[in-house]
Each structure stands twice: as structure tokens, then as C-alpha cells.
Write a protein that binds this ligand. Structure first.
Ligand code: FMN
Length: 211
């Protein structure tokens, strides 16, 4: 085993350290967040710090960097209270990565990357037409994390859009079948391979695979 103390890590080159720390947690759900500005301009950006907060009520959170570093998504959400989260498939991964570029507020990442918008009636935020699994959210709360000036943005799901044939008999959404990708660090993207689904675990009971 290689061992590293935090004092050693702190002494490393900035970019080496960032790659090391950003990939330490392992694979993450990576998605495109779609929002619209007050004057109706669509915005799209890639995010991988996305977490399930609760199933009832249905709450999803994501971490937004300090506003100076990633201003548009969080500002649009504060103003319009709506946003979309769109899974990424391999066919548009390069375009998805490109949305992390620092575009100005008046630049539309859909136009810049060639991705297409899809709108639902009575919902302002744009979905990514190409995405096979996507959902719309209403803002619940923005929690400032004062320690490093980041934000936990919490939303509740109001709309879900899935390509036909992805829901298994028990409600499980087969993201692997949709070829949804996962990310590692800030520049690595991966496809998945199923290992197993298990029945609800109980103490003293051998785990059983769901067939
Ligand atoms: C793979 C990947 C994952 C990212 N995840 C996040 C994230 O979870 N939170 C964040 O604030 N920025 C994240 N970023 C950076 C944003 O995509 C980038 O700052 C973007 O320009 C923000 O756009 P906006 O100002 O339109 O919100 C990520 C970038 C990449 C390449």
C-alpha cells in the first residue's frame, strides 16, 4: 500500500494534487444541469457532485462551487427556481465536457456545443433532448457551506422523462441499458458493467441476488 499524509499531499503541485483529490472518491454520477436566465437564455453545465438526499419528499442535491467560479447555473436557479438534470450518454460526452468551459452569461451552451433543447409545457428550464434519462426540479433550498464558499443546492423532482424500456418490473431504472456514463475526477468518463442487484440485506441472512 502507498501511504500519503495530508501534510505530504498539501506540498504537491496544485494540478497534481487536484487530480489526486478529485479522483479519490471514485466514480460519480455526472449530468448536465439545464437552466434559463431571467431574459430567457438557456444555460447548460456539467456537474458531478450530485447526491440523493431523500426519497420522501424526493430531494436531490448538488454542490455548486463558489459563485465566482461557477456563476450561471446557481444564479438562474435562484431567479427562476427551476432546473433540469440530464444523464449523459457516450454519443455526446465531448459536448457535455465542453459545457464546463467558462462561457459568458449571454452565450448559450446548447448552441455552442450542438446539443438540442427540449421543453415541457409550463416548465421554464431546458432539458437536453439527446439525454435518455432526465428530470426537472423545483428549488427547495440553497445551503451555503461557509467553510469554502460553496453551496448545497437542494431541489425536489417535479417531472421525469425516460426513454421507453428502461424501467424494470420493480421500478428500478436501468441506467446501464441507457448507457448512462459515470465520471472520475474532472476529466475522466467511463461506461458501466453490471455486477449484481441484491435483495434487501438483513443481519444473519445470506445475501441473495435478484434474478
Ligand atoms: C466532470 C466535471 C464535473 C464538474 N462538476 C461540478 C460540480 O459538481 N459543481 C460545480 O460547481 N462545478 C462543477 N464542474 C465545473 C462546471 O461545469 C463549470 O464551472 C461550469 O462552467 C459552470 O457553468 P455555469 O457558470 O454555467 O454554472 C464540473 C466540471 C467537470 C468537467
Amino acid at each position: 500500500m502507498q501511504y500519503f499524509s495530508i501534510d505530504e499531499i498539501k506540498g504537491w503541485d496544485r494540478f497534481y494534487r487536484a487530480n489526486f483529490i478529485n479522483s479519490l472518491q471514485g466514480f460519480k454520477p455526472v449530468s448536465l444541469l439545464g437552466t434559463v436566465s431571467e431574459n430567457g437564455s438557456p444555460n447548460l453545465a456539467i456537474f458531478s457532485n450530485i447526491i440523493h438526499i431523500g426519497a420522501d419528499p424526493v430531494l436531490i442535491g448538488f454542490i455548486n462551487r463558489p459563485v465566482e467560479a461557477a456563476p450561471h447555473t446557481i444564479q438562474n436557479i435562484e431567479l427562476t427556481k427551476q432546473y433540469t438534470i440530464n444523464h449523459i450518454q457516450p454519443s455526446f460526452v465531448a459536448a457535455a465536457h465542453q459545457t464546463s468551459a467558462k462561457y459568458s452569461a449571454d452565450q448559450n451552451e446548447f448552441e455552442e456545443t450542438g446539443l438540442k433543447t427540449f421543453f415541457l409545457e409550463n416548465f421554464k428550464a431546458p432539458f437536453v433532448a439527446e439525454s435518455e434519462i432526465k428530470y426537472g426540479l423545483e428549488l427547495v433550498e440553497i445551503v451555503p457551506i461557509t467553510h469554502n464558499n460553496t453551496f448545497l443546492v437542494i431541489g425536489s423532482i417535479t417531472h421525469v422523462l425516460l426513454k421507453e424500456g428502461l424501467i424494470q418490473q420493480d421500478g428500478f431504472i436501468d441506467a446501464n441499458k441507457a448507457k448512462t456514463i459515470t465520471s472520475l475526477g474532472l476529466d475522466g468518463y467511463y461506461s458501466t458493467e453490471p455486477i449484481a442487484r441484491f435483495e434487501y440485506a438483513k443481519p444473519g441472512k445470506e445475501v441473495k441476488k435478484i434474478s
